[in-house]
Ligand binder design. Structure first.
Ligand code: SAM
Length: 342
């Protein structure tokens, strides 16, 4: 049994292990970036066009296996979401998923992807044990899609979504709704959800890296999205089922459409936040929007189980009740989202 201490907080280490902070938030979810490389370069994710991408992975698959093992067995993490960069571009992904799928207590392995490689990889991912994917899709117009992603193919993305929907348990679409870019396509996304029986999640734009101007130009709040949906004559009915993530979900009355909203800018979900993030270069982020990081590389390299678990636990327990949005807007996060993992 492991005991890790942190200020003002109970740490419960029993079987199964759980970590819960003084606000009653329990660590359940780890978002793990397996590479900062990406085969696209979305405007809002990597605002610096052609930003240098590392070809050097600090964390090996073995390192990432150690990370998952400690998080699940020692700290009670139930769900791992694989992200990047673009996780599907890193060779060895499916073998690694297969290697962690049997971890006792791990209930859910999911991945966030741009879908470019899902057409050819969905079968192997399913066989490896992946159950769910979220695919980023920001426009149904091939030209807008290419512009936002800086070169991506809409056709390939849609093909990847179809293949994944055929083979995996669940597929969701992530759309960052952007004023003046894709906001006129709101209704198309709802129709897509209805036609394909796929939940579409609208994400508020976050001011990441040097993106302040882009943020102010393109941000649309969830409230505004809902107002526009109502203006289309559509009624949202709350869906009470909750996943591990921060979305609030709805059915569109009288249709098969399911919509999720992620409102991290206008209505933070800090009070129910159950997750930690680890970047591809081994930095622990207890809050997506906070600049604070802990370098985990030495602890991982040394395979120091107790110290590594202590670092995760300590960071989780020391999180503030909620983050300071004003400060975040005035001092955007120092990494691109591509280097964090979303
Ligand atoms: N390459 C994968 C993809 O495209 O989904 C995974 C990485 S991407 C960083 C993960 C998620 O972050 C995507 O759903 C993307 O839409 C979201 N994201 C990136 N930059 C964002 C921003 N500035 N604001 C809000 N969401 C963002």
């Amino acid at each position: 049994m492991m005991t890790v201490s942190a200020p003002n907080t109970p740490v419960i280490s029993a079987s199964p292990a759980t970590v819960e902070d003084r606000y009653g938030r329990r660590l359940r979810y780890l978002r793990l970036s397996v590479t900062d490389l990406c085969n696209l370069s979305c405007q809002y994710c990597n605002p610096v066009k052609g930003c240098a991408q590392s070809h050097h992975y600090k964390l090996s698959w073995d390192d990432l296996g150690f990370v998952a093992d400690v998080a699940v067995r020692d700290l009670g993490v139930e769900a791992i979401r694989i992200t990047g960069g673009e996780p599907t571009v890193r060779p060895g992904l499916t073998d690694w998923i297969a290697s962690i799928r049997e971890l006792p207590g791990l209930r859910d392995i999911a991945m966030t992807t741009n879908g470019m490689l899902l057409g050819k990889m969905s079968a192997a991912l399913r066989d490896a044990g992946l159950r769910r994917v979220n695919v980023s899709l920001d426009s149904f117009n091939a030209e807008v899609f290419r512009e936002v992603t800086r070169g991506g193919s809409l056709e390939r993305c849609l093909d990847g979504i179809s293949r994944a929907a055929e083979l995996l348990e669940r597929v969701k679409v992530n759309c960052v709704l952007l004023q003046g870019v894709n906001d006129h396509e709101l209704e198309k996304f709802i129709l897509f959800s209805h036609d394909k029986n796929i939940e579409v999640r609208f994400i508020e734009l976050m001011p990441i890296f040097d993106q302040k101007e882009y943020f102010h130009r393109h941000f649309i709040s969830v409230e505004e999205m809902k107002t526009r949906i109502a203006a289309l004559g559509l009624k949202l009915e709350a869906d009470t089922s909750r996943g591990y993530g921060p979305a609030t979900t709805f059915h569109v009355a009288g249709t098969g459409a399911r919509l999720g909203f992620i409102s991290q800018m206008s209505d933070t979900k800090c009070l129910t936040c159950n997750k930690l993030r680890i970047t591809a270069d081994g930095a622990l982020k207890a809050c997506l929007l906070s600049p604070q990081e802990v370098d985990l590389v030495p602890l991982i390299a040394a395979r120091d189980r107790e110290a590594f678990a202590g670092a995760l636990c300590g960071s989780f327990l020391q999180r503030a009740e909620r983050y300071d949005l004003k400060q975040i807007i005035s001092e955007p996060v120092s990494r691109t989202m591509q280097a964090i993992g979303g």
